[in-house]
Design a protein around this ligand. Structure first.
Ligand SMILES: Cc1cc2nc3c(=O)[nH]c(=O)nc-3n(C[C@H](O)[C@H](O)[C@H](O)COP(=O)(O)O)c2cc1C
Length: 199
């Protein structure tokens, strides 16, 4: 089959979803939803370490908190977490100061002063090594992975990895602003799963 010229965009580029977490000045946890997130290797002082690349678009509370504190957590979004995650992704923290009236179970990070989500099976604790301004509304945060907490059942390497991945049940976004399960089921459009929580 031939190819035709496509629309410029990132459809067909599946991305897992993460909730980025920071503590606010009064100690309340804050979370925002993100998908422009991937691995890299980076230099942190004398050491080469595992890193992540987190791209954050326009100015927002998550970006303010990450810049202030130089750290954040990234918590894998699973199907049961999707309504809350979608609410966090479609409610601006700057515009709605009571956004965090809805909270998951929060546990402090083990290495960094960041909130992590107990219901998420994988939580990264990330230290910002560098911020690169890519455009007026786009910043790339290069971060060192300082710690990863993984639900016990997912660390059992006697099970094939693909089984553990399905057990984790992560939600991805693959294109056209829709959510999907890791096994390819279409879930909902962005903004739908969290609609009831926005009221
Ligand atoms: C599915 C989904 C994925 C998102 N991914 C990103 C992303 O990778 N980068 C980004 O800057 N914003 C992303 N957003 C938008 C933020 O989640 C949104 O701006 C939210 O208001 C951030 O929370 P805050 O305003 O409290 O900081 C995404 C939103 C949704 C619904």
């Amino acid at each position: 089959m031939g190819k035709m010229k496509g629309r410029l965009g990132n459809d067909f580029c599946p991305q897992p979803l993460f909730l980025y977490g920071n503590y606010q000045a009064d100690g309340t946890p804050h979370f925002g939803l993100f998908c422009w997130f991937s691995y890299c290797s980076l230099q942190d002082g004398e050491e080469e370490a595992l890193g992540v690349m987190a791209c954050i678009g326009e100015e927002k509370l998550t970006k303010d908190l990450i810049r202030e504190q130089g750290m954040f957590s990234a918590n894998l979004v699973t199907r049961p977490l999707l309504p809350l995650a979608d609410y966090y992704g479609t409610t601006s923290g700057r515009e709605f100061p009571d956004k965090m009236r809805r909270l998951p179970t929060v546990e402090p990070g083990q290495m960094l002063h960041v909130p992590t989500i107990v219901e998420s099976p994988v939580s990264f604790e990330l230290k910002v090594v560098e911020e690169r301004r890519l455009a007026a509304g786009s910043g790339l945060f290069l971060c060192r992975v300082c710690n990863v907490m993984v639900e016990e059942g997912l660390a059992d390497s006697s099970l094939p990895f693909i089984q553990r991945l399905h057990k984790a049940d992560p939600v991805i976004t693959a294109g056209e602003a829709r959510y999907a399960s890791i096994s390819g089921e279409d879930l909902d459009a962005w903004g739908e799963p969290g609609a009831a929580l926005r009221q």
